[in-house]
Write a protein that binds this ligand. Structure first.
Ligand code: FAD
Length: 321
């Protein structure tokens, strides 16, 4: 059944986030041959429209307003509700990002629809669109279908492959004028902490350090390895609690959930709360002095050794590639 599907594009630091392209790919599956309309909200986002079309959107609708320069639940829900009212989509797909996690339940409630959040895959099976999502901190997966109303889902970054970029694709980029008013929250300033470079939640390679890293300085070899591999540095809560790094790097049940292609856990014991945030990574490498460490139970490759000896060796070898 062909559907019209609305997909949210996210712009951050002057570029479209990769999850926007993944959401378009998911949107295509939901659309089952129907139209995929990408929506962009922000202060000046028109210029990103064509790139969304190159990644598979059929058309792009923008809502531009200085009040949308920074995300606020009120502002973005007013913008999105106006576009939903205009487009009347039968499917809606957002990235399961901080923004998507905050905005999607609010919109679903306003639309009176259900929400499948944090889907890691979707497929057509037996005449239904079946979404798979992790439950119990990633220890099990459940499959969900929507039996009635709008199919509204958020997708976990790094799980659904984007379509190949096709610069020959073309489509309309139009704008909707929405009066953004009565904002109950206003972002006055954004204070950035620690992380620079590759975004942890979208990184293809993550080098994560735990209490075994022993100090703030101990993270330096991890950063060098991450730089060589074009990856990002993450951390266990143990490392954050010990003040070796900022909490924005924390991965796990109460931190970020990540699914990189390669996760290298260095000096991390593998507590269940840490595994909740990384056990779905495609390839897991663990470096730990303790051969009995729990992290080895989820690792595809284990290195028993001192991380301060092993990591520089890995960095030197990867530099040769
Ligand atoms: P440790 O458990 O102390 O492990 C350090 C490891 O380093 C050891 O295995 C040791 O063998 C190894 N090591 C030491 N020196 C070296 C060396 N030189 N070379 C190689 N290996 C070495 N934790 C999270 O990570 N994320 C969360 O989101 C999270 N949420 C939580 C929520 C709740 C409600 C609770 C109760 C806990 C949560 N925790 C979380 C904490 C979690 O239970 C663990 O305490 C924490 O993950 C331990 O961090 P760690 O593995 O770095 O430290």
């Amino acid at each position: 059944m062909a559907r019209k599907v609305l997909v949210l594009g996210e712009v951050r630091d002057g570029a479209l986030r990769n999850v926007s392209f993944e959401a378009i790919a998911a949107g295509k599956t939901v659309a089952e041959g129907g139209e995929v309309v990408a929506v962009l909200a922000g202060e000046a986002v028109q210029s990103f429209g064509q790139e969304l079309i190159h990644y598979g959107a059929d058309r792009v609708v923008t809502v531009e307003d200085a009040k949308l320069a920074a995300y606020t639940p009120d502002g973005y829900s007013q913008a999105l509700l106006a576009v939903i009212e205009q487009e009347k989509p039968e499917g809606i797909v957002f990235g399961h990002t901080a923004l998507g996690k905050d905005l999607s339940p609010k919109l679903a409630a306003r639309l009176g629809s259900g929400l499948i959040s944090d889907a890691t895959s979707l497929e057509e099976a037996g005449g239904n669109l079946v979404f798979t999502r992790p439950i119990y901190s990633g220890k099990a997966f459940e499959k969900k279908i929507v039996t009635d109303g709008v199919i509204f889902a958020t997708i976990r970054p790094n799980n659904i492959a984007p379509l190949a970029k096709d610069e020959s694709r073309s489509g309309d980029v139009t704008s909707v004028s929405v009066e953004i008013k009565d904002l109950r929250t206003i972002v006055k300033d954004v204070v950035r902490k620690a992380t620079q470079g590759v975004d942890l939640s979208e990184a293809k390679v993550i080098i994560a350090g735990g209490r075994g890293v022993k100090s703030e300085d101990g993270f330096k070899p991890l950063q060098e390895l991450a730089d060589v591999l074009g990856g990002a540095v993450g951390a266990s809560r143990g490392a954050c609690d010990a003040d070796y790094c900022d909490y924005s790097l924390q991965i796990g049940q109460t931190g970020k959930v990540v699914t990189p292609d390669l996760y290298i856990a260095c000096g991390i014991s593998g507590a269940i709360q840490h595994l909740a945030g990384m056990s779905n990574s495609k390839v897991i490498v663990a470096i730990n002095k303790d051969p009995e460490a729990n992290i080895f139970k989820v690792a595809d490759y284990g290195i028993v050794g001192d991380l301060f000896e092993v990591i520089p060796m890995l960095t030197e070898e990867f530099k040769k590639l």
